[in-house]
Design a protein around this ligand. Structure first.
Ligand code: CA
Ligand code: CA
Ligand code: CA
Length: 165
């Protein structure tokens, strides 16, 4: 009947204090896993990823993982994406690539998915991705910046969805 003290003290050295080393609060722009992949495609070192560099990068990446010349299994793509992205990314998941849902990723689907993500990231639509276009500011950091700049509505608004007025 002396189990209580053992349970309470967590003798594994972790020290479960609430202020322990938790994940750091992100206060500025960050890069998505997809952005990591795209920056790696900059071949001429000008810090900009052009559409030509995208196509060349996809051309050289495809034979490194694909099961065939014109199509690949989702498993092989998944393995490659895991290495290329360092993490899962909903926009670049094997399911997102398989637009006709036949369980196989064709080269056309592969290119098309990347072209779509490239286009979305290319905010000024000039066919090139700058580093600035590859960064985004998380919603939480944006909120902090707003309140720091003394903007509207500090604590006088409920945090959740706006209530009836
Ligand atoms: Ca470049
Ligand atoms: Ca398919
Ligand atoms: Ca651009």
């Amino acid at each position: 009947m002396f189990l209580l003290s053992a349970c309470a003290s967590h003798p594994d050295g972790r020290g479960g204090r609430p202020e322990g080393p938790g994940p750091r609060q992100i206060s500025g722009p960050v890069a998505s896993p997809a952005a990591l992949l795209f920056t790696g495609l900059d071949d001429n070192g000008d810090m900009i990823v052009s559409e030509a560099e995208l196509h060349a990068g996809l051309d050289s990446a495809w034979p490194t993982f694909a099961d065939g010349e014109h199509s690949t299994s989702t498993l092989s793509l998944d393995n490659w994406l895991e290495r290329a992205l360092g993490s899962s990314d909903s926009e670049l998941s094997p399911i997102a690539f398989d637009s006709n849902i036949d369980g196989v990723i064709s080269r056309r689907e592969f290119d098309g998915r990347f072209a779509a993500v490239f286009e979305r990231l290319d905010k000024d639509g000039n066919g090139e991705l700058t580093r600035a276009e590859l960064l985004f500011t998380p919603a939480r950091a944006r909120r902090q910046n707003v309140s720091q700049s003394g903007g509207r509505g500090r604590e006088d608004r409920p945090r959740g969805r706006p209530q009836r007025q």
